[in-house]
Design a protein around this ligand. Sequence first.
Ligand code: BDR
Ligand code: CA
Length: 309
Amino acid sequence: MRRTPMILDCDPGHDDAVAIMMAGADPSIELLGLTISAGNQTLEKTGRNALNLVQYLNLDVPVCPGSPRPLIRELQIADDIHGESGLDGFTFPPLKRRFDERAAVDFIIDTLLAHPEPVTLVTTGPMTNVALAMRLRPEIIPNIRRIVLMGGSYGYGNVTPAAEFNIRVDPEAAHILFTSGVPLVMMGLDVTRQVLVREEIIERMESVGTSAARLFCDLMRAFNATQREVYSLPGGPLHDPVTIAYLIDPSLFTMQHVHCAIDLSHGESYGRTNCDMFDYLGRPRNVHVAKQIDAEGFFDLVEHTLEQY
Ligand code: BDR
Ligand code: CA
């Protein structure tokens, strides 16, 4: 099987953790490395969480720490959802794994320049690292096959009425990606809110019985509790793994190719992804936006992932 070479830029994070599990287990994906952004928690904590995850899952991939803060804004974290550690709900064994010596931006640049074929980037956190790499070495851009990102929404937001967290934390970075000319696939809240990890899903995954299933269930119970408290949702939206599900099986999704721009106006909608779903403006289409996901097919993929560890 031809594998898709991929870098995952993430800020673990409960749902990032599941994205890592899926990317690490699927035979169609060649996970070249994890690059870490500040977002759900400080870089120190998201980095530590990433190391704990690769150690626990026994994944042999480099983990490269990224920028400790967004390009322009002060860092805004999501400790109301992900807790004090950024990954509350599971106690990992003592940490032995260490960071790769390369910084995230260097890893992204070196990998893209050295790889014989274009590489897919997946971002499940604020896009600071990829934006910095693009600005520093624009010659990497043609070697990015596409970017599949979790972020934004053509409907409403989750940290302001208009904006989704990953975009709102670093809107200027998102703008750099959205205007880069690289093919973009946007998994926004519109689809991630269609895959809620209700208690019956957790019970189903519990019966898988592997070490990854235990990790999944403990993390998701903690995630659900905060999602219920903050958004009154009956289950946490499993945002980030939707990107990996798209790479594994795009037939699970209904997509639309649209023009999308980031609102950088510093008004109430700062950080909104303005998707021109009706092509009012007639501008060049730069983003494939997901509108529907087959939730049953998605959770089958999650279950299959958990069986692999
Ligand atoms: C996004 O924000 C983070 O809290 C999650 O990990 C996800 O990437 C959802 O808005
Ligand atoms: Ca995330």
